[in-house]
Design a protein around this ligand. Sequence first.
Ligand SMILES: [Zn+2]
Length: 316
Amino acid sequence: MTDWLPAGKKAAICFSIDDIHPAKSTDYYEAGGDLDQGSLGLVKWLLDRHPKLKVTLFTTADWRQISPVPTRKALAAIPGLRDKFYLAGRWKKGSMQLDRHPRFVEFLNAWDRAEIAFHGLYHTHKGLKIPVEFQNQSEKKFSWMLDEMIRIFEQAKLQHVKGICPPGWNAPDSLLNQLVAHGIRYVNSARDIFTEISSDAITNMSGIKGVPLIYPKFLKNDQLLHIPANFQATSTPERAKQILENGGLLSIKAHIVKTAMGFTILDGVDQLYMNYLDVLLGSLENEYGDSLWWTSMGEITDYTFAQKSKVKEVAA
Ligand SMILES: [Zn+2]
């Protein structure tokens, strides 16, 4: 894809955060529920310092995951059987359902530089890979899950764009079919922070493999736009510059939770990560000025879909 950048822009930058849900610091861990007193306050601080920066908050409709790894160790050790059970405790259904947390919804709706998009229905799965919600279910089951996810967002009156980051990034082909069927226009699946940057680099880490590492790409007969993530807290400023030098999308990923049940998440939002981004973004602003498109995944989607229909009109 060559025409995804607006006139005058040489490269682009976007920022997305996964796992947003209403849990507070008085729960197992905070995930946005403390509003500006918690991790989202740190994100706001960064946005205040960089007026062109936008953030996409991938939000779960009814978060049920408590531990990202199995806590039922004996059961988890039995191949076959372990795939049939949830291997850690879960939040009771509805506890973190968005429409039951109106102050959280109100806070997100009032934040004009935050774009809300989907991050699954429950964010859990049976078996060892707890956070990978979309695995080998039937396409019919995927359809039901997406129906339910969208229904909860609408019931909560949470303003959002039609984009998704599938929990654990896994996006089977039958899920992609159902995303299209449900009117979802972009998917942020591939996350690759290791593959070396070049204009023809393809993704080879989490999520969809073999799609461009630094550019968006249409899938499913141009009905669904894939947007990669290629940078996190442990990535170097050189990587960011290489992406921009190649006319790419610097797609920064974070997780709203820093520590969950004793596990530290490397790209979790904390003051240190926000400080790093503050310095990095400042230097990119100085170096690239107006040639850099400060955007969001939803905006990129709107722009590329509009370009595509223009091309079709010309062809007709
Ligand atoms: Zn997640």
